[in-house]
Write a protein that binds this ligand. Structure first.
Ligand code: MG
Ligand code: ZN
Length: 215
């Protein structure tokens, strides 16, 4: 008797992600998958980044949200191309959703593509989208214990941006503890301390992007 076996969801996802990776490579496109909990500052960081780099680079954003298109509207307002994915309840983006979104933006002349994932510290880290790097934002208002509770995110990310450092005097958050616990999970992660409000530290992040652009 032959039993039909449905292939593992992640296996199918990885096949599509690999197709994206080949396409991105062919176009010399740097692709960053931006992950964080809701409200950590993903869209605000993107507005700042686009504002600073749009004269030098052609930038696009794939916006992932459960519903609404307010974030894509902010991105277009900041001066980048944007396409909105509404996941309709799903709490992460997968490679197939990216496949649906790609025809809506012109990546051929693009230098930098951000994928703003759904705000969630759990499953976005499990799905390869074909990106070059996963970039994580953690805001100091979330406290200093998130890497112990959600280690996979910190393990998968190549860059950690610790945001809202202007609020450090008002919140119970130990920056040394964040660094120590994160580096134990992922010794290679690059950590930047930033504030999108005061603009402190953003130059180091912009420089990281410039150093990784492929053309
Ligand atoms: Mg957002
Ligand atoms: Zn999910």
């Amino acid at each position: 008797m032959r039993v039909p076996v449905v292939r593992n969801i992640l296996e199918v996802n990885d096949r599509i992600a690999n197709e994206h990776r080949a396409l991105f490579k062919k176009n010399n496109l740097l692709v960053l998958n931006l992950m964080s909990s809701p409200g950590a500052g993903k869209t605000t960081l993107l507005e700042n980044t686009i504002g600073h780099l749009k004269e030098k680079l052609s930038i696009g954003v794939i916006e992932g949200d459960i519903q609404a298109s307010v974030d894509a509207e902010r991105i277009i307002g900041a001066g980048a191309a944007a396409v909105q994915i509404n996941t309709g309840g799903a709490c992460h983006l997968d490679a197939n959703m990216i496949k649906e979104a790609l025809p809506a933006i012109d990546i051929e002349k693009m230098d930098l593509l951000f994928i703003e994932n759904v705000g969630n510290l759990v499953c976005p880290a499990e799905f390869d989208l074909g990106e070059d790097y996963k970039v994580m934002i953690l805001s100091v208002t979330e406290g200093d214990d998130k890497s112990e509770k959600y280690p996979l995110m910190f393990h998968e990310a190549s860059v950690l941006l610790i945001n809202k450092i202007d609020l450090l005097p008002y919140v119970d958050c130990n920056m040394n503890k964040i660094r120590e616990t994160v580096l134990k999970i992922n010794p290679h992660i690059k950590i930047f301390e930033i504030s999108c409000q005061t603009k402190e530290g953003l130059d180091t992040w912009f420089q990281w992007i410039s150093d990784h652009i492929k053309r």
